[in-house]
Design a protein around this ligand. Structure first.
Ligand SMILES: [Zn+2]
Length: 86
């Protein structure tokens, strides 16, 4: 624990990412996970993309056909204009 910066492992964080999105992490694990995201822009971006993708899928499955205004709302919520290209 002397230097936390040396122990970052992107593969481990990615594994935790799926658990986090499934709500399988404890509060402590979630805090550690968010800390890892905070220090690695690569992991943070992966997480944001996965989260956006899941949100998109859920909406697509529930609505079958997503109206344009809902898509716009999703883009605004996520702050990801690129999502229109999916
Ligand atoms: Zn990383």
């Amino acid at each position: 624990m002397s230097n936390a910066m040396t122990s970052h492992d992107c593969n481990k964080v990615v594994l935790k990412m799926y658990l986090a999105l499934d709500g399988e992490l404890s509060t402590t694990e979630m805090q550690e996970f968010l800390f890892e995201l905070d220090r690695c822009s690569c992991c943070f971006r992966s997480f944001e993309q996965e989260k956006a993708f899941r949100t998109f899928l859920v909406n697509k499955i529930e609505r079958r056909c997503m109206p344009e205004n809902a898509l716009q709302k999703l883009r605004d919520t996520l702050g990801m204009p690129n999502i229109a290209r999916i």
